[in-house]
Each structure stands twice: as structure tokens, then as C-alpha cells.
Design a protein around this ligand. Structure first.
Ligand SMILES: [Zn+2]
Ligand SMILES: [Zn+2]
Length: 258
């Protein structure tokens, strides 16, 4: 555990040296991209290639997205990975400059806070996402920046990072902003980012992984699921949140097979 309490474990060199900044951006882009590709490939193999009866019963739309659409989603996701990689390094610069409120001893604020801080982070992030997502649906902004993501009327899991670069920048901003005032352990952030990627993949999977009838299920009443997010992609006006329905009620896709 000692390893996770050392600053050098996260930032081994001075990021303000241009050469280091560039190397760190390339390395982090690669990490983000490989994590996106590896995690998505696992879900893709399990749901699109295996044809399990269990998965077939949970397919949301009658026809799955074709290869051309999947390649379109992968292309934009590669660009987004570069922007997220750069965002991560800029967060590192904020930390190095004393602005980001990362702390290193795991029990500095107690073990309870370590867990609660992850939930606080997700709530603040969800609120930011909801507000900016609503704004991105203003027609002028939608046409320029959000239509790339909605080009996937029936998204595949590869759509989880498929954003216009301006939308990717908007998506990369909340974590540095939250870190300006919320004390957080870097390990919590690393776990959170991986869970966020898994959640984004599940929401675009085309299969519902929550219990059947999840739109009315006690869990589905609060959690955004694939059924809800697919309704957002097709009908534009429901389910703007990231994880929770705490703003606005969930609406199930009327065309859903579930
Ligand atoms: Zn989406
Ligand atoms: Zn949208």
C-alpha cells in the first residue's frame, strides 16, 4: 500500500519541462486508448460474438449497428483518447503547482471519507454532465458539437468515447474543476475513471445488463442503464444524466425490445 502513498508513483518527473509534458501526454493517451479498446473488446466479444441466449434476450434494438458505424465510433474515440490523455497531464500540472487537492496518506481523512469521496465525485460529475449535456442540446451547439455522438442512433459499445473534440474537452474539464476544492486520493480517481469507462460502455452496449424491466425496477429507477441511454440517442429529449436519474425521470426506449 505504501506505493500508493508516494507522489513519485503517480508523477515520476517534472511535467513543466516541455519534453516531459509531451512524453507524459503520449503515454497517458496510450493508457486511455488501450483501456478503452481492451474493455470495449471484452464486452464486444461477450455480447456481439458469442450469441449467448441470455444476451440475445437482452438485446435492446432489433438490428445491431453495422461495421461502418462501429468504425466511425472508433475513429472519434481515438481522437477523444488524445484529449483525455492531455486532460490527465494538465491535471498532473495542477497537482504539481499545488492547485489540485490530491492527498497521499490513505487514511489522512479516514477510511470512510476515502469511500465517500468517490461517491461525492460521481454526484458532482453527474450534475456537471447533466447541465452541460442539456446545453449541448441547444440546436446551435448540438449541430456543431454533439451531433457526432448522436450519429450513433443505435450505438455500439465503441461509441462510449465517440465525441466531437469540443465535446471531449467539455467532458475532460469536470475532474480538474472538482479537484480544485474536493480532497481526493489519486487511487480513488484511478478506480473511478475505470468504472466510468465501464459504465459508458454498458450504456452504449445495445444490451441491457440490469435486471429485466429495469426501467421500473427499484435499481433502474435510479440508475441510468443501456435502455435509458439508448432512448436518449434515438429521441434526444430524455435521460440526460450520466449515472443517476436524480434530475428528471427515466424514460424507456418505446422501441426497445425489453
Ligand atoms: Zn451516448
Ligand atoms: Zn445527447
Amino acid at each position: 500500500m505504501n506505493h500508493f502513498e508516494k507522489y513519485e508513483s503517480y508523477i515520476p518527473f517534472d511535467l513543466l519541462v516541455p519534453q516531459n509534458f509531451l512524453i507524459a501526454t503520449l503515454a497517458l493517451t496510450l493508457v486511455v486508448l488501450v483501456r478503452y479498446l481492451a474493455l470495449t473488446a471484452c464486452f464486444y466479444a461477450a455480447f456481439y460474438k458469442k450469441n449467448w441466449p441470455w444476451a440475445q434476450r437482452r438485446q435492446i434494438y432489433p438490428v445491431l449497428p453495422d461495421k461502418k458505424m462501429q468504425l466511425f465510433e472508433i475513429k472519434w474515440s481515438i481522437i477523444s483518447s488524445g484529449i483525455f490523455g492531455l486532460g490527465g497531464v494538465l491535471l498532473g500540472v495542477l497537482w504539481q503547482s499545488g492547485w489540485a487537492r490530491f492527498y497521499l496518506p490513505l487514511n489522512e481523512y479516514g477510511w470512510t471519507y476515502l469511500v465517500i469521496s468517490g461517491f461525492l465525485l460521481s454526484l458532482l460529475h453527474d450534475f456537471y454532465f447533466y447541465v452541460t449535456h442539456r446545453l449541448l442540446h441547444i440546436p446551435w451547439l448540438y449541430r456543431r458539437f454533439h451531433s457526432v455522438h448522436h450519429a450513433s442512433l443505435q450505438p455500439s459499445p465503441w461509441a462510449s468515447f465517440s465525441f466531437h473534440p469540443v465535446e471531449s474537452i467539455i467532458e475532460a474539464l469536470p475532474l480538474p474543476l472538482i479537484l480544485l476544492f474536493l480532497p481526493l486520493h489519486p487511487l480513488v480517481l484511478l478506480v473511478y475513471l475505470t468504472l466510468m469507462t465501464v459504465s459508458a460502455i454498458i450504456n452504449h452496449l445495445g444490451f441491457e445488463v440490469l435486471p429485466r424491466g429495469s426501467a421500473v425496477h427499484p435499481v433502474g429507477k435510479w440508475l441510468i442503464s443501456g435502455t435509458h441511454h439508448s432512448a436518449h440517442h434515438r429521441y434526444y429529449k430524455y435521460n440526460f444524466g450520466l449515472f443517476l436519474h436524480f434530475l428528471g425521470s427515466p424514460v424507456k426506449d418505446p422501441a426497445s425490445r425489453l
